[in-house]
Ligand binder design. Structure first.
Ligand code: COA
Length: 276
């Protein structure tokens, strides 16, 4: 079935890798209410889409995303509480709830500008690769608001406190290289290699056991907020759930190959499918 078309975003596929691209390049992909509604709809569909095994979040043109649209998201809803609430809910739903819990691995592929509210979808993606010359910034302080929604929380979750405080309070822009140094992204790469390096990671993820990757990423996010006893209990139950969900029975196959056949060293990987 052909993908639904949207006014503010594009869906494109390369086999099992699905690219979702914010598509308001003339506005540097600033997030309008319409873009939030499109993204919420698309991500909900793709979460259940069997063809999608890895999702890449991209931006059209010279920016990844210039944050919330100051005109359409802030100013034009200022006197319309119902529309503000609707778009605010949708904004939070796709950028955090749906994306951070997406059932397939997600990669943010960042070029150009990434400002303010865009940090939430950046941190919601499981991985982030950026062009070395990308420009990140918490520009809120430069025009009189604080990093709201959940941006301040995203910062403290992902950055050392000194970095979170410095960049949030000064609004100083920083490069993709610096974003890698402070742990905001996985890799900064030359701009002309951004697509190739993203595809390399996506293809690596495609070779892994999808249930194990899904349960592992859910576990990593969940245990951050637990104390040790709850984490231990949760991880035990989660592993039981994984054993039931894993169609490739990876644990049994892996043990057999290592212990009985002595044909494989899991420590060195890569993952081997039952058929390998
Ligand atoms: N909200 C609304 N419109 C935005 C926008 C935003 N966050 N970011 C860019 N735009 C619009 C501009 O108003 C302009 O529209 P116009 O052509 O109708 O005048 C268009 O996108 C291009 O922006 P411009 O500033 O001319 O491009 P630039 O390449 O010189 O600069 C930015 C790009 C992103 C550095 C600059 O637009 C900017 O600082 N944007 C605000 C970023 C921000 O503070 N975001 C945080 C929001 S929480």
């Amino acid at each position: 079935m052909a993908d639904k078309t949207y006014e503010n975003i594009k869906i494109e596929r390369q086999g099992q890798i699905t690219f979702v691209t914010l598509n308001r390049p003339e506005k540097r992909n600033a997030m309008s209410p319409g873009l939030h509604y499109d993204m919420e709809d698309a991500l909900l569909r793709l979460d259940d889409d069997e063809q999608t095994r890895v999702l890449v979040l991209a931006g059209a043109g010279e920016a990844w995303c210039a944050g919330q649209d100051l005109k359409l998201y802030f100013r034009e809803t200022a006197n319309n509480p119902a529309e503000r609430k609707k778009s605010n809910t949708s904004s939070h739903n796709w950028r955090w709830h749906i994306l951070s819990k997406f059932s397939k691995p997600t990669i943010a592929m960042v070029q150009g500008y990434c400002f303010g509210g865009a940090f939430t979808q950046l941190c919601a993606c499981d991985y982030a690769i950026a062009a070395e010359d990308a420009t990140f910034g918490l520009s809120e302080v430069n025009w009189g608001i604080l990093p709201g929604g959940v941006v301040s929380w995203n910062l403290t979750e992902n950055l050392l406190p000194r970095h979170a405080m410095y960049y949030a309070t000064t609004g100083e822009p920083f490069s993709g290289k610096r974003a890698e140094e402070i742990g905001l992204i996985n890799f900064a790469v030359p701009k002309d290699q951004l697509m190739a390096r993203t595809m390399e990671l996506a293809n690596k993820l495609l070779k892994l056991n999808p249930s194990v990757v899904r349960f592992t990423k859910e576990a990593i996010r969940a245990v951050t907020h637990m104390r040790e006893p709850e984490a231990r209990d949760y991880l035990g139950v989660k592993q039981d759930g994984l054993a039931k969900a894993d169609k490739e029975i990876g644990d049994k196959v892996g043990m057999k190959k290592f212990l009985d056949e002595k044909s494989y060293r899991p420590g060195l990987g890569p993952y081997q499918r039952p058929t390998d």
